[in-house]
Design a protein around this ligand. Structure first.
Ligand SMILES: C[S@@+](CC[C@H](N)C(=O)[O-])C[C@H]1O[C@@H](n2cnc3c(N)ncnc32)[C@H](O)[C@@H]1O
Length: 163
């Protein structure tokens, strides 16, 4: 076990934030969730043109958003530690779901064009490591117009992203 009880051990896949227990309830609700339907167009817009791009969906759950990326031409990979959700993601097809935690993802540096974590950072114990990992996995590329706008807004409201 980790010597720090608030942080997951590097390769401890049991750190799913309690999602193994919540998976069945989540699967019942996942397609009906209105908040997500409102967020979908915004997040898709931020992803930009993802045709032929390799995307990583961090905390993909049963894979709903990754399937949307795949339908738009992305080569979509998702990671999640919760077996019950990954099994459904595999059954529903269209994406490559892999069992892993966001804090330590089993990919080489600069392996992806786009990284998404959709209403999931709040569930990740080591969210700062997860953000560092996503930065590590991204190929350097200039931000698109929507990403620049978001960055400017976040920059005006504080410096938290930089720390
Ligand atoms: C609110 S659900 C969102 C699932 C998916 N992104 C969606 O929009 O349907 C949160 C997800 O975070 C995953 N999760 C929990 N701890 C995690 C971790 N350490 N690394 C990656 N994913 C984690 C859970 O298994 C769950 O699938």
């Amino acid at each position: 076990m980790s010597s720090n009880p608030t942080r997951p051990h590097d390769d401890d896949l049991s750190h799913d934030g309690g999602w193994s227990a919540s998976a069945a309830a989540w699967l019942e609700d996942v397609e009906q969730n209105l908040t997500r339907k409102m967020l979908d167009p915004l997040i898709l817009d931020l992803c930009g043109d993802i045709r032929h791009r390799h995307t990583i969906d961090v905390g993909c759950g049963e894979g709903r958003f990754s399937r949307m990326l795949a339908e738009r031409g992305a080569r979509a990979t998702g990671i999640d530690p919760t077996t019950a959700l990954l099994t459904v993601a595999r059954d529903r097809g269209g994406i490559s779901p892999i069992r892993a935690i966001a804090e330590q993802m089993p990919f080489r540096d600069a392996a992806f064009d786009v990284a998404v974590t959709y209403i999931t950072l709040v569930d990740i114990e080591g969210y700062a490591e997860a953000i560092r990992e996503m930065a590590r996995l991204l190929r350097p590329r200039p931000p698109n117009r929507r990403q620049r706008q978001l960055h400017q807004r976040v920059g005006r409201s504080g410096q938290w992203l930089a720390s």
